[in-house]
Write a protein that binds this ligand. Structure first.
Ligand SMILES: [Zn+2]
Length: 174
């Protein structure tokens, strides 16, 4: 069985300009800024600030932020919302060659959805020791029952992603 690929990027990972040059740009362009934009949009509607985008061939084909309360849907996590939009866009339940950028380490449900969607790469921001399921908790992609493992890149804009969440919950307590 293939070992999951993990690469820990420094927090100050600087994205290159979007559509500059072929392969290099595709490999090193960060879409975490777009995921963070989604997380900010969640704050505006009083939802927990987690945002996600799905990218294929350098283009965003799905976006989402947490909307569990607005939709009265416990499954409406940012990743699920973005996966649904991308699958509709492609007219396919498999998101081959697509990458997911999300501001927080995915939970067990979302890790399951990532595997079902056959996403190629997962880039996430802040670690979530309490609710995460990739490098925390159940380590979903390491389980023998997991049949698809994306490449995982952790810690991209992790500090900004975590601060957004901390500010949100701090604001709620006040
Ligand atoms: Zn989730």
């Amino acid at each position: 069985m293939r070992e999951p690929v993990r690469l820990r990027l420094p927090i100050a990972f600087e994205p290159l300009p979007r559509y500059s040059t072929g392969m290099t740009a595709a490999r090193y362009t960060s879409f975490m800024g777009d995921a963070l934009e989604q997380a900010h949009a969640a704050v505006a509607v009083d939802e927990v600030p987690v945002g996600a985008v799905i990218v294929r061939d350098g283009h965003i084909i799905g976006r989402g932020h947490n909307r569990t309360r607005i939709d009265q849907d416990p499954t409406a996590h940012a990743e699920i919302v973005a996966i649904r939009q991308a699958a509709r866009f492609l007219g396919n339940d498999r998101l081959d060659d697509c990458d997911l950028w999300v501001t927080l380490e995915p939970c067990t449900m979302c890790a399951g959805a990532i595997a079902h969607a056959r996403l190629r790469r997962l880039y996430y921001g802040a670690e979530d020791p309490k609710g995460g399921a990739v490098d925390s908790g159940v380590h979903f992609f390491d389980a023998p029952t997991c049949h698809h493992r994306p490449e995982v890149y952790a810690g991209i804009e992790g500090k900004r992603s975590a601060e957004l969440l901390l500010d949100f919950f701090r604001g709620r307590r006040d």
